[in-house]
Ligand binder design. Structure first.
Ligand code: SF4
Length: 292
């Protein structure tokens, strides 16, 4: 099979998988939250979420009416063939997935409000590249809902505020967001770099599986502290009260300018959709987040 046709087919499949079935780690975290929830309203909301997930899987339909704005995160082997064609191929895949899954057409021109009707447009799908050793191509489809996106927050903090300031900003952002990002959320925190780097790191932190601890032990401790602080807010599932406001907090950082201390908070809703596959140069495809 032609390699670009294979990439297109895999990307369509990933968009369908992401829209219809949550990755196992997210499902397990939601089930655990349900078992541990002590607030009856929170428990009922988690029950409804789990039932929603079950029906979406059974019927092969998207788990939420908002099928998101689509990004792809790529890890491309430096010896992969025809890398210059990949973005065009992914755009074709988005058009096909919009018709075949189907996905809600969510891509508007911000000035004319015109909807392209196929989930593509200027800089959409957004494609984020990382070049790695080898000849395989790892593709992560990441359709991101508008409700959780609207609560993302960025501050250029005074460096003297330190980690204490960072914690305060994360918890304040969660309180300000309330039920809007459809909790229980996953929270990505990006620190350092410039404003753009901090937000990119916060977004990419959302890709880390819930059950994968931070490799840096101090940051793993900070993630746990923030997880507990966020869940103490009592915002709860869908913002209606309860113990489970977040399933996980994930942190990443870049070194910073002495005068700058950017902190970005990216929210992901309970419909934490991501699907990843590795395409080998011999045509073999491995699905990493879902069983195909
Ligand atoms: S925030 Fe997520 S769960 Fe809520 S409506 Fe948007 S996509 Fe759906």
């Amino acid at each position: 099979m032609n390699y670009q046709v294979l990439i297109e087919d895999v990307a369509v499949n990933l968009l369908k998988l992401a829209s219809v079935r949550l990755p196992q780690d997210v499902k397990e975290a939601l089930e655990k939250a349900y078992c541990e929830e002590t607030n009856p309203t929170g428990k009922a909301q988690l029950n409804a979420i789990l039932e929603n997930i079950r029906i979406a899987e059974e019927t092969g339909t998207p788990m939420c009416q908002d099928t998101g704005l689509i990004s792809f995160y790529l890890k491309a082997g430096s010896r992969s063939a025809d890398l210059e064609k990949v973005e065009e191929t992914l755009t074709k895949a988005v058009r096909r997935a919009t018709a075949e899954v189907p996905l809600r057409p969510n891509t508007l021109n911000p000035f004319t409000q015109e909807n392209t009707g196929d989930n593509t447009g200027r800089h959409v799908p957004h494609v984020c590249w990382r070049i790695i050793e080898g000849d395989s191509l790892e593709v992560t489809a990441f359709p991101k809902g508008g409700g959780s996106e609207n609560t993302c927050a960025l501050t250029m903090m005074n460096p003297s505020n330190g980690v204490k300031g960072l914690k305060g900003f994360v918890v304040d952002s969660v309180i300000k967001a309330g039920g809007m990002p459809c909790p229980p959320t996953i929270i990505g925190v990006g620190v350092g770099g410039g404003a753009d780097v901090a937000m990119e790191l916060a977004k990419m932190a959302l890709l880390r599986p819930i059950d994968e601890p931070n490799a840096d032990r101090a940051l793993a401790r900070l993630e746990h502290e923030l997880y507990e602080a966020v869940n103490r807010t009592g915002i709860g599932p869908m913002g209606l009260g309860g113990d489970s406001t977040t399933l996980a907090v994930k942190i990443d950082y870049a070194h910073r300018h002495p005068a700058s201390y950017p902190v970005a908070v990216a929210f992901q809703c309970w419909a934490a959709r991501r699907a990843t596959a590795r395409i080998h140069s011999n045509g073999k495809v491995e699905y990493l987040t879902h069983k195909a």
